[in-house]
Design a protein around this ligand. Sequence first.
Ligand SMILES: Nc1ncnc2c1ncn2[C@@H]1O[C@H](COP(=O)(O)OP(=O)(O)OP(=O)(O)O)[C@@H](O)[C@H]1O
Length: 221
Amino acid sequence: MSELRAVGLSVTYGDTVAVHPLDLRVPGGRLLSVTGPSGAGKSSLLWALAGAIRPAAATVRGTVCVDGSVLEDREGAARAGVVLVPQGNGLGGALTAEESVLVPLLALGVPAREALARVDDSLTRVGLAESGRHLVDQLSGGQQQRVALARAFALRPAVLLADESTSDLDAENRGRMIAALREEAARGASVVLATHDLEAAAETDATLALDEGVATWVRTL
Ligand SMILES: Nc1ncnc2c1ncn2[C@@H]1O[C@H](COP(=O)(O)OP(=O)(O)OP(=O)(O)O)[C@@H](O)[C@H]1O
């Protein structure tokens, strides 16, 4: 089981405080939702947790630890198994769904046979086993969200940060994806879902609400 911990974490863009200092602990096995209206600071928080905000873009203060080790930068976060599914998915439209899941695995040195098995498994988990050969550009917005989640699942993250990953989904697929996020937690991951959808948030273990960057626990872990 992993553990994600943030202490005094804040994000500031120039004069705009996107995330006021907050503390957070997500043990492995748990699924946390971060809610709030547009502009509340959800993406900024997830990107800061992933070590993915460039120093030139914003000032990030505080510390983020995985299993007690402080993350110094994005490379360190990636080594610690922190995977971010960004809003907008971050997929290349010219790759197929299968290739989108496969390429990061091969880049990380996962042997081809193992990588292909993980591609099959993760696309099946998101209900896209039949769409693996389709170009990402030929898939709907909701299907693209599911490919992005499949790509993250295949990486077997220690910490999974999903930014609005259910926003384009119908109720059935939203439930299915939250169940899949829960499976990642059951595998031992610390999972955080940023969402403006309160119905999705209600299905998670705990909810942290952001309002103009100020965090309030709605339900604690
Ligand atoms: N690169 C940036 N430069 C300047 N300000 C930014 C930048 N990114 C975000 N902000 C500001 O930081 C605040 C929080 O934005 P953020 O995208 O984190 O919110 P959000 O809750 O994820 O919103 P949404 O649900 O619309 O994605 C907003 O006031 C936004 O305008």
